[in-house]
Design a protein around this ligand. Sequence first.
Ligand code: SAM
Length: 290
Amino acid sequence: NRLSIADPIRTNDIMRKYKLRAKKSLGQNFLTNEKVLDDIVDASGLKSDEIAIEIGPGIGALTEKLAQVAEKVFAFEIDDNLIPVLADTLQYYDNIEVINQDILKVDLDEFVKEHGLEGKTIKVVANLPYYITTPIMLNLINSDYPFQSLVLMMQKEVAQRITAKPGHREYGSLTIAVQTQMNARIDRIVGSSSFIPRPKVDSAVAVLDRLPKEQVDIEDPKFFNQVVRSAFMQKRKSLMNNLLNLLGRTDENRAKIKNVFENCDIAENARAEQVSIEQFKKMALEFAKN
Ligand code: SAM
């Protein structure tokens, strides 16, 4: 009849027992709203033969919920001080392995091989440290191991950017980096009162499901990314202007871009935020051809 770790009474007890002070520098905001945790686990759809990877278990609130549904949970925590705490709070579960490492320094492909997890359905579920949301997310998306889905709590604004549609202010290079590989949606918004301590911003649970292979058809990802990054370099300027910066400001290049725009159905004065991902893909192909 133990209280869940996420219960505010238990969280406060644990913090008192270990004299824990949440470290701002590590993005430590502990979830104390069980409904939110249950929604996160539901959104992951984790099954008893699937593996969960968690980033930043904190004091274990989400970890224990994941352990209740998944075959096994691997949780990466950078903070040495939390390791003995987790050994205590998670002692009732035999399917959790806490790894004291900086997730940005872990070679996840190696990790999957070393643990004999190839071929397994592996889902990443995390209440992320917000200061490194983007690098963590992009590493997971671009890793060689195709993590089936990522359920990630992040700052609301970042969730809005990765789920944005063309024509919206939030649509940008991050949107495209994510949506070329994943189907992204917001599962729910989470207010700051669901955490101890409260973060200064609202949060959202984003669900990213990997697109089928046929849909991830970028021939030269490096060049594609270069085109996308240049396109959004100066958001107020036209796409033409930004691309001239990439290719060189000559009459010849201007004519070439015009021609490519025509073939891709892009208006001459268009701005990058109006261009769909399909159009970006076609544009990169056309530039590469010429
Ligand atoms: N999962 C817990 C929860 O939901 O209550 C804690 C989430 S808290 C927002 C983020 C966690 O990530 C903290 O425990 C923090 O120490 C950890 N963390 C921060 N940077 C990290 C990194 N580079 N690698 C692994 N964990 C990190």
